[in-house]
Design a protein around this ligand. Structure first.
Ligand code: GLT
Ligand code: MN
Ligand code: MN
Length: 391
């Protein structure tokens, strides 16, 4: 039973990755600061944090790339037991197509046909592994799909090759009856200088060119649009409008910096609030995956605080969103701003010969229209007061 409004429960559908809570604190300049944990130990740590719904993995987070079959079986057995003891599910799985040197120049978009085929083969095996644990969302993040110099790859061919791979894997999904929905995750850069399909919108357009667009959606990540200095909330809104928000990665990130993967809510209070409000207002039902890691300074105990804090921040912002939606002064201002006009709305809703003529003949009073008040300063200040807890 939740002890207060901010205590998470599995109904919130919060998830973590083996690679997030298990992150050992390595960065490009320094060695790990925390001891490595086994998959079962990571599941136990998520269990200690309490209230999560599930744990996601890349194939090689669970089974090392060179493991023997016997080793793989032993790991799976321990992992399954840990899931059971902590009452956690595996809702999402994905493939590591970025760590091994074979993927140094990409996976599905590599210039080498053998690497491209191996990437599809590895994804097929990884889909089998995810299915063994009941995953129904399959994330594809093409971290190595890109270039440092465009002398090296044909970008149009890269799109075609990526499409070929996704089409193949959709057919495989159908053939095997896995029942996955794929969720494509965009990122502008890191680890490549430039990654193809840099933002969520790039994938939304790409999906419509696939053989099975209904099987494919997006997995936007807060930090990724933020790295490019873009408004994440708007990208998620477009995905929702397209009915393509299959999964979401929550974390935080100072705009235009290196890939920080901070704890959700730790930096961008206002954007995190509007994102949470968007997910609530549009009744998003999917998992909310915290794709982040604890600060490099944190020890194992502080990692638990990181996991708890991620969920708590969402719950706090969720309560604030409800407060915003029930705040009389705020709602009054929103009603002033959103001006309905049923006559004009009917006219512009659908093009007909009549609506065309009526609209062309309509006499607009431009000056009066421009003079209508838009008290946005007042509204934004009320939002600030609400977020800061003085309202
Ligand atoms: C990696 C990346 C994430 C992706 C993960 C899925 S792996 O941690 O930074 O954004 O979601 O492959
Ligand atoms: Mn990231
Ligand atoms: Mn991510």
């Amino acid at each position: 039973m939740p002890t207060d409004l901010y205590t998470p429960t599995p109904a919130d559908k919060f998830t973590f990755g083996l690679w997030t809570v298990g992150n050992p604190g390595r960065d490009p300049f320094g060695e790990p600061t925390r001891s490595p944990l086994t998959p079962a130990e990571i599941v136990d740590a998520i269990g200690v944090a309490g209230g999560a719904y599930g744990v996601n993995f890349h194939d090689n987070d669970l089974i090392p790339i060179d493991a023997s079959e016997a080793e793989a079986d032993a790991i799976k057995k321990d992992f399954r037991k840990a899931l059971r003891r902590n009452k956690l599910k595996v809702p999402m799985a994905t493939t590591n197509l970025f760590t091994d040197p074979v993927f140094k120049d990409g996976a599905f978009t590599s210039n080498d046909a053998e690497v491209r085929a191996y990437a599809i083969h590895k994804t097929m095996k990884s889909m089998q592994l995810g299915a063994e644990f009941g995953a129904k969302i399959y994330v594809m993040w093409g971290g190595r799909e890109g270039t440092e110099s465009d002398a090296t790859k044909d970008p149009v061919l890269a799109c075609k090759r990526f499409r070929e791979a996704v089409n193949f894997l959709c057919k495989y999904n159908k053939d095997q009856g896995f029942g996955y929905k794929f969720a494509l995750e965009a990122k502008p850069n890191e680890p490549r200088g430039h990654i193809y399909f840099a933002v969520t919108g790039s994938y939304l357009a790409f999906i419509e060119t696939l053989d099975h667009p209904e099987m494919v959606g997006v997995n936007p990540e807060f930090a990724h649009e933020n790295m490019a200095g873009l408004n994440f909330v708007h990208h998620v809104a477009q995905a929702i409008d397209a009915k393509k928000l299959f999964h979401i990665d929550l974390n935080d990130q100072v705009m235009c910096r290196y890939d920080q993967d901070f704890r959700f809510g730790s930096n961008s209070y206002k954007q995190s609030f509007f994102l949470t409000k968007l997910l609530i207002d549009t009744k998003y039902k999917g998992c909310k995956h915290f794709d982040s890691h604890a600060y490099r300074q944190s020890d194992a105990k502080d990692v638990i605080e990181f996991a708890k804090g991620s969920m708590r921040s969402y719950k706090v912002l969720e309560a604030k969103a409800h407060k915003f939606n029930n705040d009389k002064a705020i709602q009054k201002l929103l009603n002033v701003i959103n001006r309905e006009n049923s006559k004009l709305q009917t006219m512009t809703k659908k093009f007909t010969k009549k609506s065309m003529k009526d609209l062309l003949a309509y006499d607009f009073d431009r000056k009066a229209m421009a003079a209508k008040p838009l008290p946005y300063e007042e509204l934004d200040q009320l939002t600030f007061d609400l977020l800061m807890g003085v309202r």
